[in-house]
Design a protein around this ligand. Structure first.
Ligand code: TRP
Length: 422
């Protein structure tokens, strides 16, 4: 396969204190294989994802018991998302923890592509990132890739993306990140902070490498082809801010991995540590099969939804239940393939409650309506609380922007550029 050969153009890495990325020759997408029926790219996730195979294909490492013990040793506890392997894979997490123990603090870096409203599923990795910020007492860079969402969607409209950017900013601030330790970068607004680094990255990536890593073709628009260095730049920004090589840990869904493979391969040439990552699984949607998607409103519970539509959507959610009550009583439900169980488990139930729910469901003692009612009862106040925090966030924006200024979404629309009228 030419794709594999081309990836090798990135060259073999030197032996370093940080993990080698094995699997450099593997393709990021597995859709052309005859055995595997799933496809994972930064812009598309299709099919039934086999996470163990992804670890193999991407050359990442599974979260092992020894890493869990390291986390426990440092923080005194293990977050449920690590314990239950919602975050299931990593690169160099062990190195980050060892450096931390030596007193070398890392930065967190995560992001959001503002393609629509924020839904319940988006909040999981953000809540986890906030947890890491609090536990390790570290700084965070949060990138909003409005450029990416404009470029990657044929029908996108920049004004609409700006509106989502502002709305998403409120959701991010509502998560409760520490304003003294968090900077949000909106790409088109704050590009000057990223541009010098991104050209250093861009200069060292050929088109054939970009094609191999990201699946670009000759008909891909050139904005997309030029975008990856912009998402790579925040991996190195902390070293510039701190004026010394500074470790960075990126919590992200595993579909973002191609970006980090690219930046890891360049890091040492540029004199920066390779960014470490902790990868999450994907979030299921409310309908059968797919993931929660902002572009399909019926598959997602949005942070701005009112109580009535939340209730309606939960009632229509896909579950792992049998077609009839009698069959449910006889055969039990399929909790492993149920989005209501999934959300209750990851967001609302305690570990014990979740186990009890699992057994009650699979043994036929619990009906789907009961779980849906439990979900409605829990998700409504959860969303109400976020809505209150989103309102407060409107007055907190300048505490989070990288330039300390308010976010005026009208500023940058070309139609409002009255530069000669001062
Ligand atoms: N590309 C990501 C998305 O579409 C957004 C993003 C930018 C990101 N930088 C990141 C996500 C760092 C995780 C970590 O959602």
């Amino acid at each position: 396969m030419p794709v594999e050969d081309e990836y090798n153009l990135l060259g073999k890495e030197e032996a370093t204190s940080q993990h080698q990325d094995i699997g450099l020759t593997s393709t990021f997408s597995t859709n052309n294989s005859t055995v595997e029926k799933f496809n994972v790219t930064p812009w598309e996730v299709e099919g039934d994802v086999d996470y163990n195979k992804l670890i193999e294909k991407f050359g990442t490492f599974s979260i092992s018991e020894s890493i869990i013990n390291m986390v426990k040793h440092i923080t005194g506890e293990v977050h449920p998302y690590i314990k239950n392997r919602f975050f299931f894979s990593h690169r160099d997490l062990d190195w980050i923890l060892r450096e931390y123990e030596k007193g070398n603090r890392f930065y967190l870096y995560t992001g959001r592509g503002p393609s629509g409203k924020v839904h319940l599923g988006h909040l999981l990795p953000w809540m986890f990132t906030k947890y890491l910020q609090d536990k390790f007492d570290v700084k965070l860079i949060f990138q909003i890739t409005d450029d990416e969402k404009f470029l990657f969607n044929e029908d996108s409209n920049f004004d609409l993306i700006q509106k989502y950017t502002y709305e998403n900013l409120l959701d991010i601030i509502a998560m409760g990140f520490d304003p003294k330790k968090t900077k949000i970068i909106v790409n088109t607004r704050d590009i000057k902070y990223l541009y010098p680094l991104s050209i250093e990255i861009a200069k060292r990536i050929t088109f054939s490498t970009a094609k191999a890593v990201f699946g670009f073709t000759n008909s891909t628009n050139i904005g997309m082809i030029g975008f990856p260095p912009i998402q790579g730049a925040p991996c190195f920004l902390p070293s510039l801010i701190e004026k010394k090589p500074t470790p960075v840990l990126i919590p992200a869904a595993i579909d973002q991995d191609p970006y980090w493979r690219m930046t890891r391969d360049l890091a040492e040439k540029l004199g920066y540590p390779k960014p470490a990552q902790i990868h999450s699984k994907f979030i299921p949607g409310l309908t059968s099969g797919g993931k929660m998607s902002s572009s399909k409103p019926e598959t997602a519970l949005f942070t701005v939804d009112d109580a009535e539509s939340i209730e309606k959507k939960v009632k229509n959610t896909f579950t792992g239940g049998q077609p009839t009550v009698a069959m449910q009583r006889k055969f039990g439900g399929n909790a492993n393939n149920c989005s209501v169980y999934w959300y209750l488990n990851y967001l609302f139930d305690t570990e014990k409650e979740s186990q009890e729910r699992y057994y009650a469901c699979t043994s036929g003692n619990l009906l789907c309506g009961e779980c849906k009612n439990d979900m409605i009862k829990k998700v409504k106040p959860f969303m109400e609380d976020i809505q209150i925090k989103r309102k407060k966030a409107q007055d907190m924006i300048s505490k989070f922007t990288i330039d300390g200024k308010d976010f005026d979404d009208k500023d940058k629309r070309l139609s409002n550029l009255n530069i000669y009228e001062q």
